[in-house]
Design a protein around this ligand. Structure first.
Ligand code: BGC
Length: 437
């Protein structure tokens, strides 16, 4: 049985959350609307972290996590995206940071976890270059305001996630679709991640600056050449699109020439120096692998996912394959970039249908098995000498799971969304014990 001490004394153990998923108070205390408030049409109370953050941070402490990763809601600080500053918002995050520090918990701030101010979406959102100036002033404000207290930063959460789901497929906010929007959004997000790094470097003394990427091992369905090539195209899109420009390698067009053609046709997509930044660490977020086969029916990509269910593999409530070997493999894939200095796992976790048993206990054995398997794989990579400095579990408590609403539960703590009552699940107790050994 593995224990936290196997990872060494310096290894950082954290828990991650995001503003739009937990704060609530979407239209209170001076906050402006975000694209998610508009898109979900019923801005809800989420987890009411805004009012309960002291109790919630007490849970972080109780479960023995040393790091708390949270995001700042851009429209809470800048209700119109830029310009007017909401002092109540500024004060709120000072209070969250101060409470972390009081409890001996290290705060990690994510600057952008998907809640773009609606005012900026009205100007085209991430598909418009004007977002970059506004983003930079937001980063500058955060760095100046919190940089004395907070040294650990994450510029952007999963740029591939919000550009593909929100600007190509239209299933996440703001619900835009099409390749023109997508490629434009990709380019502006790529600029933002590097610009954000530079601004933090100049504003925050001794900052430890990272940014995060979603990643999935891409497994060809069969040994055929067609499936292998389809898998390579998918890998360029899912895993390489944002990391390679940061590292000065340009966009990954070698394995997928069409990417370049379309990108250039649809936007001002060019690799420039501005896309590169020397991050102190790269955050990897992994949940599942993707098994891919060639499909002539999918335009451009000509690749299709073969779902875990149809392959009779075990999967979570999201339909995502449980496969710890793929976690090992994708970490190795990223570790092979010589310019990455350090890796950190900034999200990993699983949704299951949690049932409240008598006496209010939640026996989420499947989630515990998931964490045990994934952490065992992580230890294996780490023991091979790969520089991984920490692990953050997703997530503290059940919350607003984007397009899934409140249905899918990822928390170590069960949230009763009617009463806001929190109940620690068995997986939460499992972490508490794991982290104390
Ligand atoms: C996102 C989280 C999300 C989680 C589970 C990650 O891609 O950063 O906000 O809740 O996946 O879907």
């Amino acid at each position: 049985m593995i224990k936290a001490s196997d990872f060494g004394d310096d290894f950082l153990w954290g828990i991650a959350v995001a503003a739009a998923q937990i704060e609530g108070a979407p239209d209170k205390y001076g906050k402006g609307p975000s694209i998610w408030d508009t898109f979900s049409k019923k801005p809800g109370k989420a987890c009411d972290f805004y009012h309960r953050f002291r109790d919630d941070l007490a849970f972080v402490k109780l479960l023995n996590f040393k790091v708390f990763r949270f995001s700042i809601s851009w429209p809470r600080l800048l209700p119109f995206g830029s310009g007017l500053i909401n002092q109540e918002g500024i004060k709120f995050y000072h209070e969250v940071i101060d409470e972390c520090l009081r409890l001996g918990i290290t705060p990690y701030i994510t600057l952008y976890h998907w809640d773009l101010p609606e005012a900026l979406e009205q100007e085209g959102g991430w598909a418009s270059f004007s977002v970059n100036g506004a983003f930079n002033s937001f980063v500058e404000l955060c760095g100046q305001e919190y940089g004395d207290k907070v040294k650990n930063w994450i510029v952007i959460n999963e740029p591939f996630g919000f550009t593909s789901l929100g600007y190509m497929l239209g299933i996440h906010a703001p619900g835009q679709t099409g390749l023109t929007n997508f490629f434009s959004a990709v380019h502006h997000a790529a600029i933002a991640q590097a610009d954000g790094g530079r601004i933090l470097r100049s504003e925050v003394r001794n900052a430890n600056i990272g940014t995060t990427f979603s990643c999935s091992e891409i497994i060809p369905f069969t040994e055929s050449d067609a499936d292998h090539l389809a898998a390579k195209r998918m890998d360029s899109l899912v895993n390489r699109l944002f990391i390679e420009p940061v590292l000065g390698m340009g966009y990954p067009t070698a394995d997928w020439e069409l990417l370049e053609k379309f990108a250039i046709k649809h936007s001002t997509w060019r690799h420039t120096e501005r896309l590169t930044f020397d991050f102190d660490y790269i955050g990897l977020q992994n949940y599942f692998p993707l098994t891919i086969r060639y499909s002539p029916f999918v335009p451009i990509l000509q690749a299709w996912e073969v779902k875990a269910k149809s392959r009779k593999k075990s999967f979570t409530a999201m339909g995502w394959e449980v496969n710890a070997d793929s976690f090992y493999n994708i970490i190795k894939q990223f570790a092979a970039y010589p310019k990455i200095k350090q890796l950190m796992i900034t999200e990993n976790g699983a949704a299951y249908k949690d049932v409240v048993a008598p006496k209010g206990r939640i026996h989420d054995q499947e989630r515990i098995a998931y964490f045990e398997a994934y952490l065992t794989a992580l230890l294996k990579v780490k023991n091979e000498g790969i520089k991984i400095t920490g692990y953050m579990a997703w997530t503290l408590m059940d919350n607003f799971e984007w397009a899934e609403g409140f249905d899918k539960r990822f928390g170590l703590i069960y949230t009763d969304f009617k009463t806001q009552e929190r109940t620690i699940k068995d997986s939460g107790y499992w972490f508490r014990d794991f982290l104390s050994q």
